[in-house]
Design a protein around this ligand. Structure first.
Ligand code: CU
Length: 217
C-alpha cells in the first residue's frame, strides 16, 4: 500500500470508529442527548406579484440540535427594511404528518386577494410551534410579538442567531418541520398596516414571505 493510500485507509478507519462511537453514545443517552445538524433553504412564498409588490425574500436557516437545545441561525435578504420580521418553526402537530410550503396551488388564497395569509398557509405548513424571538418566550404564544423579533437592516437583510430550548417531541422531528419568515410592507410606507386579519394583526405584519423545509445535512 502506498503511503497516500494507507493515510486514506487510516482516515477512513478513524471516521468509522467515530461513527461507531456516536451510535453507541446515541443509544446510551437515548433521545435526550441526540444531536444533529439541519438546514432549510428559504424560498419566496408565491403571492401574486401585482398583489404583494414583487416580494422576493429568500435565505437560509441552520439548526444545530443537542438534545432539546437548538442553535438557530437565519440569514435572509429581500425583506422589508427596518421592520421586525416574525419567524417561526411551523409544522403539523402529529408526528409523521407531512407539511409543505404554501402556494403550490392558488386554492391556498381563501380570502381572494391574491395574497396567501399566514392563516391561509396553515393547511400546508401547519401551526406555529416555535417563535424565533430575540429574547424571552420562544413558544407559539409569541407568534406575533413583533417587539421581540429581529429587525431587518435598511438594505433588507435579516440576521438572527439564538439558542433555544424546544419541546423534546419537536426536537426529535425537526426534519418534518418548516421555517417561515413573515412581514412585508406592501405599500412601502415604512410601517405594517392593512386590514386586521384573523390573527388580530395588520396583514402586512403577518404575511408569510419566505418558507423552507428543514432537512438534515
Ligand atoms: Cu410563521
Amino acid at each position: 500500500m502506498s503511503s497516500k493510500k494507507s493515510k486514506l485507509f487510516l482516515a477512513a478507519l478513524a471516521a468509522m470508529s467515530l461513527a461507531a462511537m456516536a451510535v453507541v453514545a446515541a443509544g446510551a443517552g437515548a433521545d435526550h442527548r441526540a444531536s444533529g445538524q439541519y438546514r432549510a433553504t428559504l424560498s419566496p412564498v408565491p403571492h401574486a406579484a401585482q398583489a404583494d409588490g414583487g416580494s422576493n425574500a429568500r435565505g437560509s436557516a441552520k439548526l444545530v440540535r443537542r438534545g432539546s437545545r437548538v442553535q438557530v441561525v437565519v440569514n435572509a435578504r429581500g425583506v422589508s427594511p427596518r421592520l421586525p420580521h416574525a419567524m417561526h418553526i411551523h409544522g403539523k402537530e402529529a408526528a409523521g404528518e407531512i407539511a409543505r410550503c404554501p402556494g403550490a396551488d392558488r386554492r391556498d388564497d381563501i380570502v381572494d386577494d391574491r395574497l396567501i395569509e399566514t392563516a391561509e398557509g396553515l393547511d400546508d405548513y401547519g401551526p406555529v410551534l416555535v417563535s424565533f424571538t430575540e429574547r424571552g418566550d420562544t413558544s407559539a404564544k409569541s407568534l406575533l410579538a413583533l417587539d421581540r423579533f429581529p429587525v431587518a437592516t435598511k438594505a433588507g437583510t435579516l440576521n438572527y442567531q439564538r439558542t433555544l430550548t424546544v419541546p423534546r417531541a419537536l426536537a426529535s422531528r425537526l426534519d418534518e418541520l418548516h421555517v417561515v419568515v413573515h412581514g412585508h410592507d406592501i405599500d412601502g410606507n415604512g410601517a405594517y398596516n392593512g386590514r386586521t386579519t384573523v390573527l388580530k394583526a395588520p396583514l402586512e405584519g403577518e404575511l408569510p414571505v419566505a418558507c423552507g423545509r428543514i432537512v438534515r445535512r
